[in-house]
Design a protein around this ligand. Sequence first.
Ligand code: NCD
Length: 367
Amino acid sequence: MNGTSVSTSTNVSIGNNSNDLRQSQQYLQLYQPPQINGDFLGKHIISVSQFNRHDLEILFDATASIRKRLRQNDRGLLQLLAGKMMATLFYEASTRTDMSFQAAMRHLGGEVIAASNGVQFSSVYKGENLADTVRAAGCYADVVILRHPLVGSSYEAAYYLDRLGEQIKRRPVIISGGDGTGEHPSQALLDIFTIYDFKKRIDNLMITLVGDLRNGRTVHSLARLIARYEAVGTTLCLVSPESLRMPSAIVEFVSAHGVHVIETDNLAEVLDHSDVIYWTRIQEERFEDRSEYEAIKDGFIMRPETLAQARPDTILMHPLPRKHEMGTPADHDALDADPRSVYFQQMENGMFVRMTLLAKALGGLWV
Ligand code: NCD
């Protein structure tokens, strides 16, 4: 089974038995993450459901200001988290999330620790469970960044860090770096910031999410976050093959918050009306049945000819990494040269947004 396992040369696999899955999922009910309500200090960030429109407005302003300060080489940033420590626990592959959190912490003067050869060579190799490994990280750090293959794992980690806090009289916070097919809140925050950055609004937009909407955690979180923003006059278009549709609970949640939802498998219907096109990768590693992946993997490919049909003021986003869903390497180059492609700016924004989250959650930034 390759659905939720991380195999290594030492034959460690994480989260590939149904007990682990049940164990983590039960924390979705057991643990209620705190609402931000204008105050990020000391709060775990594990779900977009913690944010409301006002919180996002605070985040947009603070991120724009941090970006400006960093670009001006403002050395004062290095004081904001001086003396603070961040631990990274990545049980799944990552480039952007891992590196941008590390860069963010260092730009704020903080320190970063991680298991020397990756989490699979930590005591996880000996069979230690998440509850214990995350508390080990919490003993040494003020903030733990966790990416894990199981839905609910960040809720479980938050629960146990709170228990640890009672014992060590200091409560480390966790920021989720992605929970299996569940949520990826910091990605959604950087995505919505990028939309705001380029479009100057979240209201009155047509935002089109394309690809593997069943398994993609970035689109799950982004759809929910647009709903939490209570975007007025905004339409969310969900374009996917029938078998990879957005989970109905998310569609219902978005509709219930007044955002108009269109679901279709026909990109042409919506392409030239879209203000934002958010392209995604088919999440190959989440498919248990390889033939199912093979059957739909070429369903939606963004090529320069496809982008040519979009409006001149559209922006094309992608959480990355990308594979063949953006065509060949030559197609990548052609798409990258189009000013409507903003995924590299989106990626850089990830570091700025994560600087804001770290600074606010750890008390380095009040405004
Ligand atoms: C995404 C993820 O890990 O969910 N990547 C990211 O964090 N930028 C998207 C993906 O892997 O397709």
